[in-house]
Design a protein around this ligand. Sequence first.
Ligand code: AMP
Length: 296
Amino acid sequence: MTAYRAAGTVDPSRLRLAVPNKGRLQEPTLALLHDAGLVFEDGTRALVARAENFPLDILFVRTEDVLEFVGDGVAELGITGTNLLVESGAELPVALELGYGRCRLEAAVPNDAPPRSLEDLAGLRLATSHPNSARRHFEGRHIPVEIVPISGAVEVAPRMGLADAIVDLVSSGSTLVMNGLRSVGQLYASQAILVRQPDPAPAQASLAADLATMLESVIAGRRRKYVMMNAPVAALPAIEAVLPSLESPSVIPLAHDGMVAVHAVVGADDVWGLLPRLRAAGASGILVLPVEKLLP
Ligand code: AMP
């Protein structure tokens, strides 16, 4: 932090965004910034990258330090995981949920242990590298547990006799399976988030809002696909019945009599279910295109 300040690079007219310099969130974060149209060199060995087309300095820091950079006012914005915000207890506003880095904080026990629910953990020792989140959660539910804080390899703690159960981040669940563990419940869900300083200077507040809008448009675009098709006019009612009701399709006349082109934006997850039904309704020449950015 001091290195960035001491390097004399702090320009009051620019916005600063702290992002992970390694780990799981690094690559998808860089992809998001590039997809938003920001041009910068992501040589991750450098501490700072200057965006060429937006007054933004991108500070590459450890994922767990992002909140400190924002909390201390060194950066107006930061990208980190919900889990780190909950664990730190920092009261920084979440400007945006980014839709990647999804995982859950879960409690798990050895396969042959009796507990089936979080309540069944009463009186047991839980090893975790998320001690604050775990303590707060179990206190809130009036379940008395003993928290054993450890910093890594949490999944081997029961086997080593350090604890009866663990509380850890899970995404696919394969680490639990590989270690002979079974989930007994979720404490909370996490994903990558954009956090912001509560009271930035007016110049930075406006830049921060613009950057958040750019990122939001990319995230909204990723959830949609643009579908184009040709169809006989007579098939329109059947095609419109298949398309999700919230999206009103564009209908464009074609040179051939009685034919139209139908364009619609649909949910990315719905596409594969929709295509056979659109064809059955009379559509042909169906094209599915990515949506780069979407601002409702
Ligand atoms: P890192 O330790 O730098 O690789 O980053 C870990 C961050 O990635 C966590 O703080 C979470 O926000 C996120 N994450 C997503 N899935 C997982 C997972 N299965 N295990 C640990 N962290 C995860």
